[in-house]
Design a binder for this molecule. Structure first.
Ligand code: SAM
Length: 275
């Protein structure tokens, strides 16, 4: 199938550059440009934005983001084998694609496009996806440097990100995301959409920052969620015992017989502030 952007089909690109997928780098490539465009469109308008992409690989999602008109794309890729393929994309869109060879976990994202409106879009390597998300949720200042995050995760992780109270998937990640963002599941992507197919279904999740989240110290929120969800089946009087137990719960006006899973984000914030 000829590509819509005039560049060679991704299957040819992968073959020509010998980009056999490496499991250790979480490489599951998307070759369907309709699907990559659907992911890019989920981010919202990008014409005036710098888009930061993690793990462009052979460039399928990168091409979709550029074809949809992103002002600029900065892509961070760890696998040097992908750089020649990405250089071809860069040549096709002069001045709009900057590729940085490096580890996203060691990248200072805030310094990449200071003062510019930024959206982050990525089909993330599964082994580093959650850590990157947490880093983006805990930047030096809030509101953050990004306007949105549109990210592919394993469906299980996606469910944890968007989970609210009284949901089996609700936990520390759901509280953190619910405190600072509005997060929703955009759509699922079946294993066979990837080359090679992963074992499980994936989901695209979209998050936008809440401008003024409830005031709360991050470290305190992490301490209470860690304790509460560390023993999620137990009553709070037991699970938060080491943090003050019933006295702490009384200060936060939370019934000690409740379980972690039933507390709203607002109640977790109250608990953290009562520490
Ligand atoms: N965006 C491409 C696509 O959708 O087809 C590739 C996605 S693949 C799931 C993940 C990509 O992230 C791979 O290209 C891999 O080399 C890259 N990667 C893995 N670990 C990385 C890291 N720590 N920093 C930057 N890129 C990484």
């Amino acid at each position: 199938m000829a590509a819509l952007d005039g560049l060679p089909p991704l299957r040819d690109v992968i073959q020509r550059h010998g980009l056999d997928a490496r499991k250790a780098l979480g490489q599951n490539f998307l070759l369907d440009l309709n699907l990559t465009q659907k992911i890019a469109r989920t981010a919202g308008p990008i014409e005036n934005h710098t888009v930061i992409e993690v793990g462009p690989g052979p460039g399928g999602l990168t091409r979709a983001i550029l074809a949809l008109g992103a002002k600029r794309v900065i892509a961070i890729e760890r696998d040097a084998r992908c750089l020649p393929a990405l250089a071809e994309v860069s040549a096709h869109y002069p001045g709009r694609l900057t590729v940085i060879e490096g580890d996203a976990l060691k990248t200072d994202f805030e310094a990449l496009a200071p003062g510019e409106p930024v959206r982050i879009i990525a089909n993330l390597p599964y082994n580093v996806g959650t850590q990157l998300l947490v880093n983006w949720l805990l930047p030096k200042t809030w509101p953050p440097f990004w306007e949105s995050l549109t990210l592919m995760f394993q469906r299980e992780v996606g469910l944890r990100i968007v989970a609210e109270e009284n949901d089996d998937h609700y936990g520390r990640l759901g509280v953190l995301c619910g405190w600072r963002t509005r997060a929703h599941m955009a759509f699922d992507v079946p294993p066979q959409a990837f080359t090679p197919p992963p074992k499980v279904t994936s989901s695209v999740v979209h998050l936008e920052p809440i401008a003024d989240p409830l005031p709360c110290d991050v470290a305190s929120l992490e301490r209470v969620t860690q304790a509460a969800f560390g023993q999620r089946r137990k009553m709070l009087r037991q699970s938060v015992k080491s943090l003050g137990g019933e006295a702490l719960l009384a200060r936060a006006e939370i019934d000690p017989q409740r379980r972690a899973e039933t507390l709203s984000v607002e109640e977790f914030v109250r608990l953290a502030n009562a520490l």
